[in-house]
Write a protein that binds this ligand. Structure first.
Ligand SMILES: *[C@@H]1O[C@H](CO)[C@@H](O)[C@H](O)[C@H]1NC(C)=O
Ligand SMILES: *[C@@H]1O[C@H](CO)[C@@H](O)[C@H](O)[C@H]1NC(C)=O
Ligand SMILES: *[C@@H]1O[C@H](CO)[C@@H](O)[C@H](O)[C@H]1NC(C)=O
Ligand SMILES: *[C@@H]1O[C@H](CO)[C@@H](O)[C@H](O)[C@H]1NC(C)=O
Ligand SMILES: *[C@@H]1O[C@H](CO)[C@@H](O)[C@H](O)[C@H]1NC(C)=O
Ligand SMILES: *[C@@H]1O[C@H](CO)[C@@H](O)[C@H](O)[C@H]1NC(C)=O
Ligand SMILES: *[C@@H]1O[C@H](CO)[C@@H](O)[C@H](O)[C@H]1NC(C)=O
Ligand SMILES: *[C@@H]1O[C@H](CO)[C@@H](O)[C@H](O)[C@H]1NC(C)=O
Length: 907
């Protein structure tokens, strides 16, 4: 038609001839021309109407589609696009229209042979019927297909094979594709963009190597295995973007510079487990390289060839060795993240020489030392400085002086023992959101935070030597505040507008503070004021914290009765009021108002009265510690209503609600979240005191020691099958030890000393295989100490002061025993120690080789090998201290591993 407009008559004639020719050869084209005048072609209109008939269009989204006269031009229908010259339907876009039905859409390209683009994403599509459909008249022009976000299964591949040579852009992401990648792809030679991410595809990459036009390939979040080198083929020169994150690829990282056009490569969250290449063979255009969350070993390669790199992320692998100085040559680099490896050595100016565009520097959890000349002024301005566990001290790093923009500064555990210089506080920090200087030896007084840092969300200055009054914080901007383990003194005051605070976590424990926190701090999740000089009554304003989950006030001088308002804190999970001067009766409402309570510790106070039976409603309770008070009366029989001590509940939940993780810190999710706040409790167990944190969720403890309880030990207590420790010592209990005590198979510690218990030691006590501590001294027990591997292993003093006990380990022989048996316990113990030693050595080795191997290795072995299993428990008893040192170093990684290991073994 454009040609007809041409004015030269010669051309008009020419056009006429062409038209006549066309009319003869291709009548469809002419009808197309006719159609274009009035809109679409009738045949295609009918095909679309047929298509609509099958749809369930609840929301009348296709109201523009119809057979009425005024709706005649189907090219004007919603989602339909035509070639404006031929009138042929070339585009159909019904994305996001909840069509939700299985319909005849597979036939659509048969009826619309010029269809070029078919977009049906998020339409609720699935396939029922013949998937191997081969279309007779299939559109040979279908190039762009987007079926993402439906419920398609792999049978869609058979259908797609119809368009093998025409498809250019195929998006099948977020469907239910399963099984292996079909060979059909090898034939899709024109494909330029392929998106199969978020499915459950398996198999390896060999189908893709010969897709010589492939430019962008997204197969994130599937279950592909195999190695990256399988891709080497003609795709090497065409591929620009390759996203294979969150699959199961293994092996090494090949020389990726062979992909000559590659700009983005994402292999994070795979199983790559060999070393990186030492260097790369040719200069590369690579801009983004993500290799985090694998098990790569060896050292960081020479990256000189990757001179276009903007983001280099290799965090959470097992790299060791020094950091190559070649990194300093990456002049385009903006993000360098090599945290959570085992890199060593010194990084100095040379490593940063050309990094003038760097904004994110994450070196956390390595063994790196950063050493610069004191007058070094970096050429970059960082946003995110994450250097936790690097060695930066002892002086405060001077190079921070010219960093003015950072949003996040994590310098925890970096060996700084210095006062924070004034220039640090004087710089304008209005962008700062996260400040973590914890676990150093920083000293000095702190400035007023509330006015300077208007965006500061998370502050962690714990485990330092700061002194003086608490700095002023604003609870309206700050959400988490950790100031524990310093030398702050004076009243606990900070600034807040009434009621509007966003403060969630406040940890002021282990300081020298007095007074009380301002009433207006708002709805805290965690309030920890333990080990300070707080005194007076617990203010009733505590009752306004309706979301409070953790309240820890132990080791202060709080006096008086518990405020009634505390019953409003119905979300409490952890309540530790131990070592204060509280008195009065233990309120029964604790049992009814706090249904989620897992830890209740009231020890070392002046509580009196009897144990309210309402406490038996605490069906989630793990630790119930009422020891060292003046509680009288009997032990309630209903204790077997404490469900969590009777049967296992959802353990992940148990763990979760005792911890709190910081949303402002980057998480390496493969290892579970980075646990920021954990409740900690000191329990007296096995005759010693232990601080429990991560493994708290595993404990089941009842401690009523050193009160004035009378009556018998209720038989019901033997129903608490998961009980790990029971301490009823130092009361006035009478009667016999419950006969079925041997049912408490998990019991590791049992202390019934200093009562008036009489009768025999039940023979079932020999069944307590995990028992590591037993004290039955100073009762009125009599008869033979039952024989077992465990009981004879205890010190004789644990049985002394009884009426008439006999048999080993006591020297007192039982009537009828003649010869002087040498105690077998000795040999047995030596055997155990050897095993324990072996275990320990092996355990430490395992620590070095990384998480998953460690975890499955250890727990597998423990399941298989009984002697190691026992050794493991002995090892647990003996090495808490050592563990906490390790934990401080490897925090979450180890804790999670350990947690899961322990649970696995207990299960
Ligand atoms: C026809 O479509 C092409 C591209 O799709 C556009 O450039 C052109 O302006 C359209 N012509 C008319 C007459 O609409
Ligand atoms: C889609 O439609 C189905 C039934 O027609 C309905 O149950 C579903 O909620 C809809 N989904 C959305 C996202 O609209
Ligand atoms: C294929 O095209 C022919 C003519 O172009 C037509 O007669 C036939 O019905 C079409 N087949 C299908 C399955 O649409
Ligand atoms: C690829 O195409 C060729 C020829 O077009 C055909 O013979 C072969 O079966 C196809 N392979 C697959 C896996 O579809
Ligand atoms: C992934 O593949 C492995 C074996 O290759 C298999 O054991 C596992 O079940 C698969 N996972 C899913 C979610 O398909
Ligand atoms: C790489 O993959 C990870 C994990 O799926 C994702 O978090 C990250 O944003 C991806 N990076 C890029 C640059 O696509
Ligand atoms: C203990 O549980 C039983 C039933 O499970 C119930 O009848 C009883 O009232 C409960 N006792 C207490 C004190 O919670
Ligand atoms: C234990 O009870 C007896 C009487 O039953 C009493 O004489 C004794 O003083 C009580 N001992 C303690 C420590 O309360």
């Amino acid at each position: 038609m454009l040609l007809i407009k041409h004015d030269k008559s010669f051309h008009n004639l020419y056009v006429l001839i062409v038209l006549l020719l066309l009319m003869k050869l291709a009548p469809g084209f002419i009808s197309g021309v006719e159609g274009a005048a009035f809109g679409c072609i009738e045949r295609e209109r009918q095909a679309l109407l047929k298509f609509k008939e099958d749809l369930i269009d609840d929301f009348v989204l296709l109201s523009t589609w119809g057979s009425e006269e005024e709706k005649r031009d189907c090219c004007k229908w919603r989602g339909v696009g035509c070639n404006n010259r031929t009138g042929r339907v070339t585009h159909l876009d019904l994305s996001g229209l909840n069509l939700s039905q299985t319909i005849d859409w597979l036939q659509l390209p048969n009826r619309l042979p010029h269809l070029h683009e078919l977009l049906l994403s998020s339409c609720g599509l699935s396939i029922i019927g013949s998937p191997s459909l081969s279309l007779v008249n299939a559109s040979k022009s279908l190039a762009i297909v987007d079926f993402s976000g439906n419920q398609l299964t792999s049978s869609i591949f058979y259908w797609l094979a119809n368009f093998g040579n025409s498809l250019v852009d195929l998006d099948l992401s977020h469907n239910h594709l399963q099984g292996s990648i079909p060979d059909a792809f090898t034939n899709m030679t024109s494909l330029r963009i392929l998106d199969l991410s978020s499915n459950q595809l398996q198999g390896d990459l060999s189908s893709f190597g010969q897709m010589c036009s492939l430019n962008k390939m997204y197969i994130s979040e599937n279950n592909l295995s195999g190695e990256l080198s399988q891709l080497f083929g003609c795709v090497e020169s065409s591929l620009e973007i390759l996203q294979l994150d969150r699959n199961q690829l293994h092996g090494s990282l090949p020389d990726i510079t062979r992909f000559t056009s590659m700009r983005e490569l994402n292999l994070s969250g795979n199983q790559l487990n060999e070393s990186l290449p030492e260097q790369f063979s040719q200069r590369s255009e690579l801009v983004l390289l993500y290799l985090n969350d694998n098990q790569l070993t060896g050292s960081l390669p020479d990256v000189t060839m990757l001179s276009s790199l903007r983001e280099l992320v290799i965090a959470n692998n097992r790299l060791d060795g020094n950091v190559s100085e070649s990194i300093g040559s990456l002049s385009q680099l903006q993000k360098l993240d090599v945290g959570w490896n085992s890199l060593q050595g010194v990084m100095s100016e040379a490593h940063f020489s050309n990094l003038s565009k760097l904004t994110v520097l994450d070196l956390t959890h390595n063994s790196l030392t950063l050493k610069f000349e004191s007058n070094w002024a970096p050429t970059f301005q960082l946003d995110d400085i994450s250097l936790s566990s690097c060695n930066l001290g002892p002086p405060f790093p001077q190079w921070l002086r010219n960093q003015n923009n950072f949003v996040q500064l994590d310098m925890s555990n970096t060996g700084i023992s210095d006062a924070i210089p004034n220039w640090f506080w004087n710089l304008s920090r209005s962008n700062l959101k996260l400040l973590d200087l914890s676990h150093n030896k920083m000293s000095g007084f702190l400035p007023d935070f509330s006015s300077k840092y208007s965006n500061l969300r998370s502050i962690d200055l714990s485990f330092n030597q700061f002194e003086g009054p608490l700095p002023l914080f604003s609870s309206d901007t700050t959400s988490t505040l950790f100031l524990s383990n310093n030398k702050f003194s004076g009243p606990a005051s900070f600034r807040c507008e009434s009621g509007s605070g966003i403060l969630r976590v406040l940890d002021l424990s282990n300081n020298l503070l007095t007074g009380w926190i301002p009433d207006c701090v708002g709805d805290l999740d965690v309030l920890n004021l333990a080990s300070n000089n707080f005194s007076g009554k617990i203010p009733s304003s505590i009752g306004s914290m309706l979301k409070l989950q953790t309240l820890s006030l132990h080791d202060n001088s709080f006096a008086g009765e518990l405020p009634l308002s505390l019953r409003n804190c119905s979300s409490l999970v952890f309540l530790d009021l131990s070592s204060n001067k509280l008195r009065g009766e233990i309120p029964g409402w604790i049992g009814e108002s706090m249904p989620s309570l897992k830890v209740l510790s009231l020890h070392s106070n002046g509580f009196s009265g009897s144990i309210p039976p309402n406490l038996c409603h605490l069906s989630d309770i793990l630790i119930l510690d009422l020891s060292v008070n003046n509680i009288s009366g009997i032990i309630p029989k209903c204790l077997n209503n404490l469900t969590s001590m009777v049967q296992r509940t959802d353990r992940s939940d148990t763990y979760k609600s005792l911890c709190w993780s910081n949303p402002y810190k980057r998480l390496y999710t493969a290892l579970g979240s980075y646990v920021e706040y954990q409740n900690e409790i000191r329990v007296r167990l096995k005759g010693r005191e232990y601080d429990y944190r991560s493994t708290l969720g595993l404990l089941r403890i009842i401690n009523f020691a050193r009160n004035k309880l009378v009556g018998e030990i209720p038989e019901e207590i033997t129903g608490l099958l998961l009980l790990v420790a029971l301490n009823l010592s130092g009361n006035n209990l009478t009667g016999e030890i419950p006969r079925k005590i041997g049912q408490l198979k998990q019991l590791e510690s049992l202390d019934l000393s200093g009562n008036q218990l009489s009768g025999l030691i039940p023979i079932t006590m020999a069944d307590l295989n995990f028992l590591a501590f037993l004290n039955l001294s100073y009762n009125h027990l009599s008869g033979r100490i039952p024989l077992s591997t465990q009981l004879q292993g205890f010190n004789a003093s644990q049985f002394t002061g009884n009426l008439a006990l006999c048999g080993l380990p006591l020297l007192q022989k039982c009537p009828g025993d003649e010869t002087n048996q040498s105690p077998p316990a000795n040999d047995d113990n030596r055997g155990k120690e050897v095993v324990a030693d072996e275990f320990m050595k092996w355990f430490c080795t395992a620590m070095g080789i990384g998480f998953s191997v460690f975890f499955w290795g250890v727990s597998g072995a423990l399941l298989l090998k009984r002697s190691w299993r026992h050794a493991y428990f002995r090892f647990l008893d003996e090495s808490w201290d050592w563990l906490y040192v390790m934990v401080a170093v490897r925090k979450a990684r180890l804790q999670r591993a350990f947690q899961r290991l322990h649970e696995h073994v207990l299960a």
